[in-house]
Ligand binder design. Sequence first.
Ligand SMILES: Cc1cc2nc3c(=O)[nH]c(=O)nc-3n(C[C@H](O)[C@H](O)[C@H](O)COP(=O)(O)OP(=O)(O)OC[C@H]3O[C@@H](n4cnc5c(N)ncnc54)[C@H](O)[C@@H]3O)c2cc1C
Length: 397
Amino acid sequence: MAPFRVIIVGGGIAGFTAAVALRRTGREIIILEQSSLNKEIGALISLQPNATRIAGLQWELEKNLLEARQMVDEGFRIYNTDGDLVRTIPLNTKDKYGAERLLFHRRDLHESLKQAAISSERAGDPAVVRVSCRVIGCDAVRGTVTLEGGEVVKGDLIIGADGIVLRKHVVEENPSPIPTGHSAYRLMVPTEILEREEPDFCARINPRDPFTSMIVAHNCRLIMGPGRQGEVYGIVALVPDEQMTEDPALKQSWVSEGSIDKLLDTFREFPSWVRNIFRYEFGLGNDAHCSVIFDRHSPDLGLWQLRDMDPLATWHRGRVMLIGDAAHAMLPTQGQGASQAIEDSEALGSFLEDVDESPAFEDLSNILEVSPVKEGQFWHRKGLTTHRISSSPVTHE
Ligand SMILES: Cc1cc2nc3c(=O)[nH]c(=O)nc-3n(C[C@H](O)[C@H](O)[C@H](O)COP(=O)(O)OP(=O)(O)OC[C@H]3O[C@@H](n4cnc5c(N)ncnc54)[C@H](O)[C@@H]3O)c2cc1C
């Protein structure tokens, strides 16, 4: 009996969770990741209850998530530019949905999911991760991918969890991303630095409190929250493109390196207690004390142009199935990108539950067939899951 062989392209959150959902004794799972996995993006990430419920209860990853230094988000706090708390929205998602909204440092979450995929202590054969393996081609019918360098890797099922590359092998018309008119700066500051250097900020917003804090003013939106049990403070600054003096399109990429000067210029109408929290990343100060501080900061200031995309006509072709951002890239405004990737993985695990050996082409295609039944909604014929695709920006991260 030939084993069921799954090739996952992309070792991101979608790729690792697909491996967690699919691992089983007798299955062979190989994850091909283009990077060396040494440098995950330094940013905070939130998982919503739809995902934490799957990860915690269904996959029994509670211990992994605790080790990833999860923080339970207790609610949203909205401040005005004077620093007055104008509204609190408690989350209480455990009561409502049976699971919490959790905050992580992206690196910690990514690493814990990787461990769950490759650990020999979990049930099922561990997945194998091959790093520095960039996929450059794919044959959806044969079930092969070609790596840079020429190696061809074959599987019964190819999972496209690579964000974008495999999509063109699945859909005939790859929709172009549409700029939304917004861009996002993301940065992270050690909390102890904020507490020591920015008492005006901390007197208004305690960066260790387990809340997501927001300030909305002057066409800009700040979304901030703690990570690593309060050790770091993550800041997302959403700005309209027209107020931005940077042009990410110049680099032909939706992500580019941001400039602190331009960020400060965009926030010029905000009071100093807000603007000052941006300063530390790039060493604006010039005394010896400050340079020590700056050494302890991340040198990255990411700038993302937020782009939307029409729903794909299908996520499946031949032996290839798209999941995560490859299937439905999302705006960060609902904080659902990673959570939907986890839902995809769970659904895939259910669909393939009964596959114990290398499936015939037709059998696999039948299992994976997903058809659009209504605009923006996809339904699987087994009726196990429904994915709703929304392109409308909502209010929070
Ligand atoms: C800074 C940042 C903050 C975010 N914050 C949130 C948040 O708070 N909440 C939330 O829900 N979502 C958030 N997201 C989005 C979320 O991370 C993604 O939607 C989610 O992780 C699903 O991603 P993915 O695994 O499909 O793709 P990715 O995370 O992009 O992973 C794709 C992987 O594929 C690899 N790859 C790409 N091309 C190839 C190739 N040719 N060959 C081999 N490997 C390849 C890449 O190196 C990468 O490791 C954030 C994203 C970023 C960048």
